[in-house]
Ligand binder design. Structure first.
Ligand code: WT7
Length: 677
């Protein structure tokens, strides 16, 4: 496949293959209360019944008008799910629960400082606050159905309030992870043509109150340079009524939300009746080129899918207290902190800060205090908690019935610690494999039906039919052979397109394996996920890592090209190459190799400057493990940088035969530099 030929080092290539593990079985107590225990589900959701089986998911929602057609594939691979149906996501996550559950907690907001009180927001309170903010968005900010708005906010109750207020109006939200830099935020403002930016003045991270408003000013400045004017910046206050940033407010542009809201007290905004296929939000993610892509998620399909996944895979019941310890600025937070759990009338926990602040027992104290019974996090957090406080969970009186792991492969040893120490041997675990693009899970065990297997995600979830292709596009039916994992059928949660770039959408995810580019039949358009995987005898898939130029750092996706182009902004840099390196806690981290322009002297200060440039342009999460200032890059005779060789050096692997390179002698020089450190 063309995609693979151009790639010389990928996560998949440096992945460790674990041995097959024994099954763990769910307890009868779990099965007795599970939402899904009917084994016939897999027959009902066989491809023979596609696409109608997905109406079982759509039926979990409240529709103003039912759909005319389950799946419209006339513009394949851009699909319309539940076409013609009308609904509103905010109505489904709030209004419909008021009749029976208005006094139930919708959101528990836990501030990072332990001396501050937890905020318990009922569904009624959420209804009031979303309506008032929706009124502000409409009347003060002039936003209307179809407009895009960029949201750069930390973990706070105000973030889902903001998202749901947008959804109420049919305004398409684009949430940018709070830890992203102003420059990354600006790129997303420009690409989505947002004229309104919503931010917060400050938030706590590792005990420090960080100035966040400052990034808004910078993002607006950079956007303007690129031709996108932001005329309103809405600033929530971490402490309502008090400004916690020393960055000045700009007259005529910046508005304190908490003050302006007074003009909207008591306002009620009827939810817009959105078409199922209308976009609900954009979520930008990294790809193989420098420019992040805006994954466009629709309203009806997405909401139906995440609600079903929350109900059947997360096993959420309305009486559960559910804590997904991800950031709402990523797809996991959208689907599994906000939309899925709230659509099911659960109580969803939002924690402001670092899971190990002020100590490794913090997460378990939160679980104990709020009586959390469903817990959801990423292997990187599990590894950190295990390293810092392996004995901590036992000290606290909480009981999980269900736990999720998501975002990267989890080592069987870490899985087992999660099961025994965090889960106290009582909780089932689901290892959920999916992506920003897919809206919800692709592979996972159904917890009440299938046993768990450490290190393996599981089979396709009901309705998803995965298979594996080799590099020539031929299906691999043998067990244990790695190839590219694909999905045979479309599903309601999948993104509709890349915002403003249908061509890139088709090219990146479908073109390489499409059976007939002219076809309007979904069977000809399988989805290429971009991950390598193997399948075991029992049909469980194990994900090995990315096959493309994407690195998964602590469960966050970073494009190697994105980091390289950030490095190239530094004047002294001639060439840059990024490779993934295995890391005990973070899974993978980027190593950055730099060749300087002729005559430039390599110094520690210069290496720091390059590293800082990356943090400035992308964010701290992209900070390289190490910047290696090398005398030259290993290159093919045609001048291509051999990332495979650099990757082997960084990971202390075999560099293979390098004699055909244009400059083979450089390999040993770099190896000594890196490995003898
Ligand atoms: C990439 C997607 C899934 C939402 C959060 C990340 C990797 C995801 C697993 C898993 C092994 C996984 C894949 C995928 N990944 N889940 N359970 N086991 N790898 O979303 O940022 O779009 O990243 O994360 O490589 O392609 P994302």
């Amino acid at each position: 496949m063309s995609k693979q030929e151009v790639v010389e080092t990928t996560e998949a290539q440096i992945a460790v293959h674990w041995k097959e593990e024994d099954y763990y079985y769910p307890s009868s107590k779990f099965i007795g209360q599970a939402n899904l225990t009917d084994p016939d589900i897999f027959d009902r959701f066989s491809l023979d019944n596609f696409p109608d089986y997905f109406t079982e998911y759509a039926d979990l929602l409240t529709w103003y008008k039912s759909w005319d057609e389950v799946l419209d594939s006339s513009d394949a691979p851009c699909y319309k799910w539940f076409k013609g149906g009308k609904l509103n996501a905010s109505y489904n996550c709030i209004d419909r629960h008021l009749k029976n559950n208005k006094n139930k907690t919708a959101i528990h907001f836990v501030p990072e400082l332990e001396q501050e009180r937890v905020d318990h927001i009922t569904y009624q309170e959420l209804y009031v606050r979303v309506n008032e903010f929706a009124s502000l968005l409409r009347k003060t900010a002039g936003l209307k159905r179809g407009d895009r708005v960029t949201i750069h906010m930390p973990m706070s109750a105000e973030l889902p309030i903001t998202m749901l207020a947008c959804a109420r109006l049919g305004v398409i939200h684009s949430v940018v992870f709070g830890g992203f830099s102003a420059s990354a935020c600006a790129d997303r403002i420009v690409d989505s043509n947002s004229r309104v930016l919503i931010t917060m003045d400050a938030y706590y991270r590792a005990g420090k109150l960080l100035n966040h408003k400052v990034h808004a000013d910078e993002a607006v400045r950079i956007s303007a340079e690129q031709g996108q004017v932001v005329d309103k910046v809405l600033v929530w206050q971490r402490y309502p009524g008090k400004y916690s940033s020393d960055t000045p407010m700009k007259g005529g542009r910046d508005i304190f939300v908490n003050e302006e809201l007074k003009n909207h007290y008591g306002a009620r905004i009827a939810p817009e009746q959105m078409l199922s296929e209308d976009p609900l939000f954009l979520m930008y993610t990294s790809g193989t080129t420098g420019k992040p892509k805006g994954c466009q998620h629709g309203t009806g399909g997405y909401l139906a899918y995440v609600t079903a996944m929350s109900k059947y895979i997360q096993d959420i019941h309305p009486e559960d207290v559910y804590w997904c310890m991800a950031d709402i600025g990523w797809i996991t937070g959208h689907s599994f902190i906000v939309y899925g759990p709230l659509a099911l009338c659960a109580s969803s926990v939002i924690y402001e800060g670092v899971p190990t602040y002020p100590d490794a027992g913090r997460s378990w104290r939160i679980a104990q205090e709020l009586d959390v019974n469903i817990f959801h996090t990423a292997p990187t957090a599990i590894r950190a908690l295990r390293k810092l406080g392996p004995e901590e969970p036992a000290k606290y009186n909480y009981h999980f019935k269900h736990m999720t792991t998501v975002g990267e492969p989890i080592e069987p040893a870490v899985w087992k610690w999660y099961e025994s120490a965090v889960g106290k041997g009582e909780a089932i675990i689901v290892d959920t494999w999916w992506q920003t693009e897919t809206g919800g899970f692709l592979c996972s065990t159904v917890p009440g039906i299938k046993p768990m297997k450490p290190g393996s995600a599981g089979p396709g979830v009901p309705g998803i039919h995965p298979f594996i292709l080799d590099a020539d596009g031929i299906e691999i039916k043998d067990v244990g052979i790695a190839g590219n994992i694909c999905i045979q059928n479309p599903w309601p949660g999948m993104f509709q397109t890349i915002w403003g770039d249908r061509e890139r959408f088709v090219k990146t995810y479908f073109a390489d394996i499409c059976r007939d580019p002219k076809s309007k039949d979904w069977r000809d358009w399988p989805y290429l996920a971009g991950d390598a995987a193997t399948m075991a005898e029992d049909g469980y898939f194990r994900i090995l890592g990315r096959i493309d130029d994407v690195i998964n750092v602590s469960g966050h996706r970073l494009g190697t090209k994105e980091i390289e182009s950030a490095a190239l902004v530094v004047e002294e840099v001639a060439e840059a190459a990024v490779v993934p390196v295995s890391d005990e806690i973070k899974g993978k981290v980027p190593d950055l190799y730099i060749a300087l322009k002729t005559g430039v002297v390599p110094t520690e200060a210069l290496a720091r400057k390059i590293s800082d440039a990356i943090c400035d342009q992308i964010g701290k999460i992209a900070k390289p493990r190490k910047v290696w200032l090398v005398p030259d890059m290993p290159k093919t005779r045609s001048g291509k940088i051999m990332r495979r060789v650099l990757g082997a050096i960084s990971n202390r692997g075999d560099v293979g035969n390098v004699m055909t390179l244009a400059n083979p002698e450089i390999v040993e020089e770099i190896r000594i530099m890196v490995q003898d450190k």
